[in-house]
Design a protein around this ligand. Structure first.
Ligand code: EPU
Length: 425
């Protein structure tokens, strides 16, 4: 399966309210971490509910390039096997495709005593350092250094990583995941203080426990990991994508639509649900569904994008698109990344009244949006322009939708199924 097409673009004609049902796919940020976890064992890890996104393709390619087996099964599951891994360095051209790939470091280091990688890629949404990952490896006894463009980590001479008590300077999502995977095979107990609590981190811990790891404190900022000698294979389901679900929920509210989201993790979406109700939407949930109806008049609100359980930074840009249609002045504070504002210029091309000052954006509405020629500048900035296009008068052409392919499974098809006029070419 190869999803990404560099030259692809969307043509969207706005004005249709979204109506109907849509099934949410597996979570990008869970599946990618779980794929890296397959390197911790010689046995098969089978992942079900894998989304059709290009980040899965590029990480699969990376895993195969270091000797792992990655196979799509007839039911759509992904079988991963790390028994044949014989290269302990992530190739530079593949590591820069996405950020999650850097999470091969922890498993390779823990299992083989050596790992190297170029700095990871991913969206250009801020400085995105990796000091939390590297400090975690060092605390467990690894020697970590930078050699030119590569990070190189050696385990302690002749031995395993040693469990450690470590304070994480920032509750980094992929940093917590990387260190947690390394600690799973370390000797003795590791305690991670100020760990990330995002649902994708929690669900990676559940995958690791299914493989025989002993992780407790899941969902809290204090994770305890009792290292084990080896891990075994497992079959696990990828959690549904709360960011994809959130994007569709926002689109439903913004277009004054009426949409049922199926296979949606509403129990980890409280912040978004609260904000959608604040703007005037009606939101009803069960444990795995959400029903969103948009109001005739949307209200302006203020919000902060925060680590979980705060409103996800990945929903900042889609919410900003919605607020262009709300009555009054909305203020958004971005507290996670320092460059989440790429969408602002693109929405302005469509007539939005929105300005950014540092880490904040001020949106005045409601503004009639008009079709324009815009770009998806990163995966979530891209989602924001798609949502704006659904409400715009006339046609919007969106270039560089390969960014959207990184994180949204069949976005145009799903939106089309809800009545949007959207074509991909
Ligand atoms: N940070 C540090 N030191 C580090 C790592 C991070 O200071 O060593 C800071 C960053 O500078 C940033 C903040 O911590 O300000 C958050 O970064 P974090 O490491 O938590 O994010 P990430 O692991 O790089 C993951 C997701 C992102 C999502 C963030 C926040 C993956 C592959 N990516 O990134 O997803 O926005 O967590 O929830 O899991 C997306 O899906 O569009 C996306 C960007």
């Amino acid at each position: 399966m190869t999803v990404r097409t560099r030259g692809a673009r969307y043509a969207v004609r706005g004005g249709n309210a979204l109506r109907g049902s849509v099934r949410i796919s597996g979570a990008k940020n869970h599946v990618l971490a779980a794929m890296c976890a397959s390197l911790l064992t010689d046995e098969d890890l089978i992942l079900q509910n894998v989304p059709h996104i290009s980040d899965v393709d590029s990480l699969s390619e990376l895993l195969v390039s270091i000797g792992a087996r990655v196979e799509s099964l007839p039911d759509g599951s992904l079988l991963l096997n790390g028994a044949g891994v014989n290269v302990f360095e992530a190739p530079g051209e593949l590591i820069t495709e996405n950020r999650a790939s850097f999470q091969v470091m922890g498993p390779l280091l823990a299992r083989h005593g050596y790992a190297a990688s170029a700095p990871p890629g991913g969206d250009v949404i801020g400085q995105r350092p990796i000091d939390v990952h590297l400090a975690g490896f060092a605390a467990m006894g690894a020697s970590v250094r930078r050699e030119g463009e590569r990070f190189v980590a050696h385990g302690p001479a002749g031995g395993r990583l040693a469990g450690a008590r470590l304070f994480m300077d920032y509750p980094s999502v992929s940093g917590t995941q990387n260190v947690m995977m390394a600690a799973a095979l370390a000797q003795g107990r590791s305690t991670l203080i100020n760990a990330a609590t995002e649902p994708e981190v929690q669900n990676l811990a559940h995958v690791l426990n299914s493989m025989g790891a002993r992780i407790s404190g899941i969902g809290t900022q204090l994770l305890t990991i009792d290292g084990v000698d080896s891990l075994h294979g497992a079959t696990c389901r990828v959690m549904p994508d709360r960011i994809e679900a959130g994007t569709f929920a926002i689109a439903a509210a913004m277009t004054r639509g009426d949409v049922y989201l199926e296979d949606t993790p509403s129990e980890v979406m409280d912040a978004l649900i609260a904000k959608l109700r604040d703007v005037g939407a009606t939101v009803e949930t069960t444990a795995d569904t959400m029903h969103v109806r948009g109001p005739d008049d949307l209200r302006a609100i203020s919000f902060q994008a925060l680590p979980y359980p705060g409103l996800a930074t990945d929903l900042h840009a889609p919410m900003a698109a919605l607020l262009t249609q709300a009555n009054g002045v909305s203020i958004i504070h971005e507290r996670v990344f320092d460059n989440r504002m790429l969408y602002v210029g693109e929405l302005r091309k469509m007539g939005a009244e929105i300005v950014s000052t540092g880490s904040s954006a001020i949106v005045s509405g409601p503004t009639p949006l008009h079709g324009a020629h815009v770009r998806a500048l990163d995966v979530r900035a891209g989602a924001a322009v798609v949502l704006a296009a659904l409400c715009a008068n006339g046609q919007t052409i969106i270039d560089d939708v390969y960014h959207l392919d990184r994180g949204y499974s069949s976005l145009a098809t799903k939106l089309g199924g809800l009545g949007a006029d959207i074509e991909r070419d």
